[in-house]
Design a protein around this ligand. Structure first.
Ligand code: GRF
Length: 224
C-alpha cells in the first residue's frame, strides 16, 4: 500500500552484471508502494544482463564501460554526470563491482548505499564466501551499509545471516547469501526512502521504529 504523505524519493541503482538485487529492489518498490521510484539503472559493464531486464520494466538503463576511460577519476566523473541527470536522493550499489574514488564517495556522502556479501567487518573485498570457508566461521551473510572512503567499512544499516554447513562450497554459500540479500536489501532501502534511517554522530545507524535489523535465512538456521 503506498504512503502518499511521504515525499517521493528518486533512486539510481548501479550494477555490474546479473542484477538480481536490483530486480528485488524494483519489485519491492512497486509491489509495496514505496514512496520512491527507480529513475535509472547504470552498469559499469554495457553487456550486463540486468540492463535488459530494467529496460523491459520501462526503466532508463545505461551501460558505461570503464574500459573506455583512462583512469578511475575519469570513469567516476562520467558516472557521476550520468547519475546526476536523474537527480537522485539515493544512489544504490547493487552488485556494482568497481572501487569508487574518494571524490565520488564524498559527492554522494550519506546518500550512497551498498550491499556486501559478508557479515562486515569480516571479509571486506572479493571472494567473501571462500574467505568465510577458509576461516571456519559458522555464520556468514550480507551487510547493507552506507559507503565511506574505506572499502566495505561504512555504517551498517542491516545484516542478513545464514549458517555455514560442513559440506558448503563457495557456490552453495553464495546461493544462500544471495537469497538473504534479496530479503535484507529491500527492507533496508525501504527504511531509507521512508526517511527512517539516521546516521548518528558516532557514525552508527539508527532506524526509526526500531525494526529488527538482523535477518535470518530460517530454513538454514540449525535447530530451527
Ligand atoms: C551479490 O552477491 C552482491 O552482494 C555482490 O555481487 C552479487 C551481485 O549479484 N556484490 P546481482 O548482480 O545482484 O545478482
Amino acid at each position: 500500500m503506498s504512503d502518499t504523505s511521504l515525499p517521493q524519493r528518486r533512486l539510481v541503482i548501479l550494477i555490474s552484471g546479473r542484477g538480481s538485487n536490483m530486480q528485488a529492489l524494483v519489485q519491492a518498490c512497486r509491489a509495496q508502494g514505496w514512496p520512491a521510484q527507480v529513475e535509472a539503472v547504470i552498469s559499469s559493464r554495457p553487456e550486463a544482463a540486468g540492463l535488459d531486464w530494467a529496460r523491459g520494466q520501462g526503466i532508463a538503463a545505461h551501460g558505461l564501460n570503464f574500459k573506455d576511460y583512462p583512469n578511475r577519476d575519469a570513469f567516476d566523473s562520467a558516472l557521476a554526470e550520468q547519475i546526476d541527470r536523474y537527480a537522485p536522493d539515493f544512489v544504490i550499489l547493487a552488485g556494482f563491482m568497481r572501487v569508487l574514488t574518494p571524490a565520488f564517495v564524498a559527492r554522494y556522502s550519506g546518500r550512497l548505499i551498498n550491499i556486501h556479501p559478508s557479515l562486515l567487518p569480516a571479509f571486506p573485498g572479493l571472494h567473501t564466501h571462500a574467505q568465510a570457508l577458509a576461516t571456519g566461521v559458522r555464520a556468514h551473510g550480507c551487510t547493507v551499509h552506507f559507503v565511506t572512503p574505506v572499502l566495505d567499512h561504512g555504517p551498517i544499516i542491516a545484516q542478513g545471516c545464514i549458517s555455514v554447513e560442513s559440506d558448503d562450497t563457495p557456490e552453495t554459500l553464495a546461493e544462500r547469501v544471495l537469497e538473504v540479500e534479496h530479503v535484507v536489501f529491500p527492507e533496508a532501502v525501504k527504511w531509507l526512502v521512508q526517511g527512517r534511517v539516521r546516521l548518528e554522530s558516532d557514525l552508527r545507524v539508527s532506524v526509526q521504529g526500531s525494526p529488527a535489523r538482523l535477518f535470518f535465512l530460517n530454513s538454514h538456521v540449525q535447530g530451527a
